[in-house]
Design a protein around this ligand. Structure first.
Ligand code: FE2
Length: 386
């Protein structure tokens, strides 16, 4: 584990020092979910998670077939899209997958070059570079497919001064629930099928120039009943991190397999959002009805000082308070992190949100996996899908 963290740095440094990064990424631009009822979903994400109204397109703006609500919190832009008639192809996506992430959009300097460089290396095109214009300038976008029906859209907005992008209008609302303190997308995790993790690791290396900087096998991520494997991919500057999970064989059904069954394919498992004050964030979310995975047992909290070792000295949070809110703690050689996971955000046990506060640690909570998975399994057992 320690060695892995070191190799991260070497991996990333190599990219900086070596050949020019052929796909420079400035950050996550937006995350788009296809949902059954965007209007109601927007209300839920505003109320429960503290997103603010940002931009809109629909019948009133001349969009006859689809409606999209754009919500914002910190640097995170969440787009919720629904079809407005039975013939639109988004219906096929919804029928198969239910509500879920369709687009992980990445902010780039040059969307034409991003499309050319990735398709040249084997990416399947979602759409060719296209320019959208309005009175505020132009946005260039292009797209490629990744795992399942999920896509990456490259967004070039350096010549645009409007609210979100052409086609959208500013969305002002009288209803503005308090923020939850989300800052940015820390990482987004994809679940892929049996035996397919390495294939997607290679795809991100070859097609997008990412490096694999952390790996966890089923010996590290398992409980008595279920197991999974995970490899974390990062782009050159470390702003984009995509862990890729695949199920592993164990006594009972892996939570990844449960996801694949209910999403009916590969897709985004969770969006991890960063906060500076997880206690405040989680308290706010709980006050507005967000449900989290049940807490680990008392023994987990008793062992925190031992697990954190010297990082205990820099820990500002009170363990009792963390326990009260079921927040998890993990450490690596560089620091510690605090994290918590919501229950699935829709009726199918598929997409959920992670809240993470990094206090120096660069990992993903590997030390919590066992406690966490036992908690997930208790939920799986309740659903009869373990
Ligand atoms: Fe995560």
């Amino acid at each position: 584990m320690k060695k892995d963290i070191k190799s991260v740095e070497y991996g990333l440094e190599k990219i900086f020092e070596g050949a020019k990064d052929f796909l420079p990424l400035l950050g996550t631009d937006y995350v788009e979910l296809y949902v059954g009822n965007a209007k109601q979903a927007a209300h839920y994400y505003k109320t429960a998670f503290g997103f603010e109204s940002y931009a809109y397109k629909g019948l009133e703006t001349g969009s006859k077939d689809t409606v999209s609500y754009v919500l914002k919190q910190g640097k995170i832009r969440l787009v919720l899209t629904s079809p407005l008639n039975s013939k639109h192809p988004i219906n096929d996506h919804l029928r198969k997958h239910g509500d879920g992430v369709k687009v992980i959009a990445l902010w780039v300097e040059d969307a034409r070059s991003a499309w050319e460089e990735t398709t040249k290396r084997g990416a399947k095109s979602y759409f060719e570079p296209r320019v959208e214009k309005d009175e505020y300038g132009e946005v260039v976008r292009s797209g490629i497919y990744t795992y399942g029906e999920t896509v990456h859209v490259f967004v070039e907005r350096k010549n645009y001064n409007g609210v979100f992008m052409p086609g959208f209008v500013e969305w002002k609302s009288d209803y503005n629930p308090p923020t939850a303190g989300f800052k940015y997308v820390d990482h987004m995790v994809g679940n892929v099928g049996w035996g397919e993790m390495n294939q997607w690791v290679e795809w991100y290396e070859k097609v997008m120039g990412f490096v694999n900087f952390l790996s966890f096998d089923d010996k590290q991520i398992h409980t008595e009943y279920s197991a999974l494997m995970s490899k974390v991919m990062s782009n050159g500057n470390g702003r984009i991190k995509f862990p890729i999970n695949e199920p592993a064989k164990a006594k009972k059904k892996s939570q990844i397999e449960e996801y694949l069954d209910f999403y009916e394919g590969q897709g985004v498992q969770h969006i991890a959002v960063a906060t500076d004050d997880i206690i405040k964030t989680v308290q706010r979310l709980k006050d507005y009805g967000v449900e989290f995975l049940p807490p680990p047992p008392q023994a987990y909290y008793d062992m925190i000082p031992e697990r954190l070792g010297e990082h205990m000295k820099m820990m500002k949070e009170d363990i009792k308070e963390l326990q009260k809110l079921s927040i998890l703690v993990d450490a690596d050689e560089e620091g510690y992190l605090l994290q918590i996971f919501t229950k699935p955000l829709q009726d199918r046990p598929t997409l959920f949100i992670e809240i993470i506060q990094r206090m120096g640690a660069k990992g993903f909570g590997a030390g919590n996996f066992k406690a966490l998975f036992e908690s997930i399994e208790r939920e799986q057992a309740r659903r009869g899908t373990l």
